[in-house]
Design a protein around this ligand. Structure first.
Ligand SMILES: NC(=O)c1ccc[n+]([C@@H]2O[C@H](COP(=O)([O-])OP(=O)(O)OC[C@H]3O[C@@H](n4cnc5c(N)ncnc54)[C@H](O)[C@@H]3O)[C@@H](O)[C@H]2O)c1
Length: 410
């Protein structure tokens, strides 16, 4: 259920392992595309989808799930406008499932969520079917660890955590994932599995915030943060490298930690690390825009009317995902200051807000006043950016080694 960044790769892996897969999806265009063999996920080339042919049948109809042995829920878990968990898609899929659930099926939730969701929110919905979890059907939580764009670890080689509602649920879910994962790690409950995913994401969010805060301090102290990170990274134990940047993006890190802080309030706890990391990371686009203003100011130019070219705008290198991308905030701030905005991003052909289209690198560098490297995509000629732009603000440290006065690094 849900053929996105998580669901489609899993569907393909199961089909490649020889299983017949039904892809239930509310977006009819996605359904048609998948059935035509067209993938909308970078990590799944359309050829891979075509190679499994009719072994994946996408549909918008929950009735298509009839006769399946296992059902995996991979729907979005966003935040509401008030930054509270929006379980709407998850509850909708549970509701849809309750109408078609059959005895003997295994249901696994993969969507990232707060501890307690599987047992307290999903289970009651599924039992509206009249079937009982643990007795008539099996239920488990198994967090997804996909890292879009990553090629060194795959679904098969990344250990998969599984927490069943009962012993038998756990057995069943482990056997299911062993079809496509080499190493399945069993934990005692769905809550442990739910919390472990949040620990992983919060760990990243907090460490990124730490290095971002130090980057701002290093800027004031005139110390090169990149050299500091490189130096600290030579320690063979007790240190893990994190790099500063324009802020956090994607579906996970800016969103998931707040599922836990919301849940923690029900236990009279304030999760201060989560809040602080969120605050520091959310401030980064503002800081980065200030750096652009400062660079222009040093060249005697106002932001208003200056041609500001962003190089790479998706939230991470190698993918076109714009969800929560810090470049969006930077574009809004720079637009508000009157900048003449342009961008080059081979992964993002068009933007709706602001309405812009990716231009060839040559064009965005032509007559620009400042080029801002927001996301360093592979294959983009950053050397040409340094050579041709009169000013460069590098938020990703890719110009290290270029000792030119026209380059400002975060
Ligand atoms: N993207 C990642 O890197 C990543 C990594 C780990 C975990 N996750 C988690 O996995 C979950 C899914 O994320 P994603 O990135 O795949 O999202 P996505 O938006 O790429 O895909 C979700 C899909 O579910 C569909 N959908 C929504 N409601 C539905 C419903 N009721 N029934 C059927 N389909 C429905 C949407 O149309 C969409 O195609 C989220 O909880 C996310 O936090 C994502």
């Amino acid at each position: 259920m849900g053929l996105g960044y998580v669901g489609l790769p899993l569907a393909v892996a199961l089909a490649e392992a020889g299983h017949d897969v039904v892809g239930l999806e509310v977006d009819a265009r996605r359904v048609e595309a998948v059935n035509r063999g067209e993938s909308h996920i970078e990590d799944i080339p359309s050829e891979r989808l075509q190679a499994v042919g009719r072994r994946i049948e996408a549909s918008t109809r929950p009735a298509a799930l009839a006769g399946t042995e296992a059902i995996v829920i991979c729907v979005p878990t966003p935040l509401t406008a008030n930054r509270e968990p929006d379980l709407g898609p998850l509850l909708d899929s549970g509701q849809a499932l309750s109408g078609v659930l059959q005895a003997g099926q295994l249901v696994v939730l993969e969507s990232t969520t707060y501890p307690g969701t599987t047992r307290e929110r999903l289970l009651p919905l599924l039992e509206e079917s009249g079937l009982s979890a643990g007795r008539d059907f099996n239920l488990a939580f198994s967090p997804e660890r996909v890292d879009p764009g990553r090629t060194d670890y795959t679904l098969r080689t990344t250990p998969k955590i599984v927490g069943g509602l009962t012993e038998a649920c756990g057995d069943r879910a482990v056997a299911f994932y062993e079809q496509v994962c080499d190493h399945v790690v069993r934990v005692s409950t769905p809550e442990v599995a739910e919390m472990s995913k949040l620990l992983e994401n919060i760990f990243r969010s907090v460490n990124i915030a730490l290095v971002n805060e130090l980057a701002i301090l290093c800027d004031r102290m005139d110390v090169d943060i990149w050299e500091v990170v490189d130096a600290a990274s030579t320690k063979p134990y007790g240190f893990m490298r994190f790099e500063p940047g324009p802020g956090m993006g994607g579906h996970c890190l800016p969103v998931d930690p707040f599922y836990l802080s919301w849940r923690a309030r029900q236990f009279d706890m304030a999760t201060e690390f989560i809040e602080l990391a969120g605050k520091v990371n959310q401030n980064m686009p503002y800081h980065c825009v200030q750096r652009v203003e400062r660079a222009l100011n040093a060249a005697g130019k106002p932001v208003r009317g200056s041609k500001v070219s962003l190089i790479g705008i998706s939230y991470k290198a190698g993918v076109g995902d714009m969800r929560e991308a810090p470049a969006l905030k930077m574009l809004a701030l720079l637009g508000g200051l009157g900048a003449d905005l342009h961008y080059h991003d081979p992964f993002v052909p068009q933007l709706r807000e602001p309405q812009l289209a990716s231009e060839p690198l040559d064009d965005v560098l032509e007559d620009c006043d400042v080029a801002v490297i927001v996301t360093a995509h592979p294959g983009v000629d950053h050397r040409a950016v340094v050579e041709r732009a009169p000013l460069v603000v590098d938020l990703r440290g890719v110009t290290r080694g270029a000792q030119v006065a026209t380059v400002e690094r975060l």
